[in-house]
Design a protein around this ligand. Structure first.
Ligand code: XIL
Length: 486
């Protein structure tokens, strides 16, 4: 059972709606087509890497079957952390009996997408099998060393970093009195770090915790420990700041706090970013969440020695938040259907993904048709139904279209033609290439979503500006056959 104490919740954001989504950012923002083996042009990953940092995510083995999730993970992020698969209870559920299968599957996904990997975590009071808690104190050090050595040796050479010790402090800055502390006192931290270094000299070794993002008693404790370990020559390379935030509550001292750690010669990373709110989310909260994400991204970029940031989980649908903080959620940059939220666009903006500061290849899909997209043959006619979801604001809109194959044969490669209301201009799209920007448009499938089985459906979406008419698209036809209205 996960028992992170719930941080105090403050007033909910009540500010006016101010979704700052620029067309330029959208044009540069993860608009597929994606290179499925690496970053999508203009993705979070490529924009971050162009600035010298990484942008990561976390997935579990159950996520690997979810195509929408893995598509986002594999194209938008350049660092991967297993959510549970390298924790002690997964790796060594009984003494000396190791299972690396689940962790290896996450590593394989990361490697297939040329992602960096973060090991999480070797020593933690949570998700610790009960046999460790029950050991006599005299046997805990041997068990800890054996666990670290075996696990870090298994993944040797594959990981960018290890969270060697996770969540070691109480909120008031005292050491958490877990099995390791009870057996070895504070010295277990140095012992764990030295053991990890011996097993995998190439991995950066981190201490990782939550509620240490701002200046406070808990971050003071981490700072004092890090300083002391460095002065003793203990192999510590970095401190991870989990950053499980509540919307509107990113600490104003984040930058100053990170900088005091980098001044010790350590690197710092935001390791588990999310930004939760009461469910259901409202648009003001989502806009505030965008500002929060932008703030964190901008801060990491501004701190020399901040090597990157990782979000915890991929989208709201797979986030750990609703299961741990009842009634709360919507903490990630992607909604329940893996569509980008204002926080995604704000992050892209903060990474410089705009025309005033162009990303390496910000080609809008509205003006390009990749040669890899198969052009459907005229015989690929299909019976179809299209449903639309529309979100509008004063000058813009996003529309998500779900195309269902209502015929009896499989559609293999699709082109959906449709009419945009006058005054609307498409500025970006996801899960399809869409063009031209106005009038009668055609959306074409990408490499991974060209097949629609009978009864199956695909979704794609676009963002547009409007001059007053924010109505939905209409007059759909799929591969030349008129679709019936939903
Ligand atoms: C969470 C996982 O995401 C959940 O699936 C699991 O049930 C509990 O742990 N801080 C951490 C992570 O360091 O390991 C936690 O992961 C989230 C909080």
């Amino acid at each position: 059972m996960f028992r992170t104490p719930r941080p105090r919740r403050s007033h909910r954001a009540l500010g006016a709606l101010a979704v700052s989504v620029t067309a330029a950012a959208v044009a540069a923002a993860g608009l597929l087509p994606a290179d499925q083996a690496g970053a999508a042009a203009g993705s979070l990953r490529s924009l971050a890497e162009a600035k010298g940092i990484y942008f990561g995510t976390a997935i579990g083995q159950g996520d690997l079957d979810n195509t929408a999730l893995t598509t986002v993970a594999g194209t938008q992020f350049g660092m991967l952390t297993p959510t549970n698969e390298m924790k002690w209870d997964s790796v060594e559920p009984s003494p000396g009996s190791f299972d690396f299968g689940p962790g290896d599957r996450i590593v394989a996904f990361g490697q297939a997408h040329s992602m960096k990997l973060r090991g999480h975590t070797l020593v933690w009071h949570n998700q610790l099998p009960s046999w460790v808690d029950k050991l006599p104190a005299s046997q805990v050090q041997t068990a800890m060393r054996n666990h670290i050595t075996t696990t870090a040796t298994h993944y040797k050479g594959k990981l960018y970093a290890w969270d060697v010790v996770n969540e070691l402090f109480n909120e008031n800055g005292t050491f958490r009195e877990d099995a390791f502390y009870r057996a070895m006192g504070t010295g277990y931290v140095a012992d764990a770090l030295r053991t990890a270094r011996a097993a995998d000299p190439g991995a950066k070794l981190y201490l990782n915790d939550y509620n240490i993002e701002g200046l406070n008693a808990k971050s003071d404790a981490m700072y004092n420990l890090a300083k002391s370990l460095k002065s003793q020559g203990v192999p510590l390379d970095g401190v991870g700041f989990q950053a499980h935030f509540v919307v509107g509550q990113v600490p104003s001292s984040l930058k100053a706090n990170l900088e005091r750690f980098t001044a010790l010669g350590l690197e710092v990373a935001v390791t588990e970013l999310d930004d939760r709110m009461q469910l259901p989310p409202d648009s003001a909260e989502l806009a505030q969440q965008g500002r929060d994400y932008a703030n964190v991204v901008t801060t990491c970029l501004a701190v020399k020695g901040c090597v990157g940031l990782s979000q915890w989980d991929v989208g709201d649908a797979d986030s750990w938040i609703p299961g741990t903080f009842p009634g709360e959620g919507a903490g990630t940059m992607y909604d329940n259907n893996y569509r980008p939220k204002p926080a995604y666009y704000a992050s892209v903006d903060a990474l410089g993904g705009s025309t005033s500061n162009p990303s390496p290849s910000p080609t809008p899909t509205t003006t390009s048709t990749p040669t890899s997209t198969p052009t459907p043959k005229p015989t690929d006619g299909a019976a179809c139904k299209v449903t639309a979801e529309l979100n509008t604001w004063n000058t813009g809109l996003t529309e998500n279209l779900t195309v269902t194959n209502t015929g009896s044969s499989t559609v293999d490669g699709w082109a959906l033609s449709f009419a945009l209301p006058g005054g609307q201009t498409v500025t970006g799209a996801w899960n399809a290439t869409v063009g031209p920007a106005a009038g009668r448009l055609t959306a074409r499938n990408l490499g991974y979503n060209g097949t629609i089985a009978p009864g199956g459906s695909v979704s794609f979406g676009f963002q547009a500006t409007h001059t007053g008419n924010a109505g939905p698209a209409g007059q759909f036809s799929l591969n030349g056959v008129v679709c019936r209205a939903a």
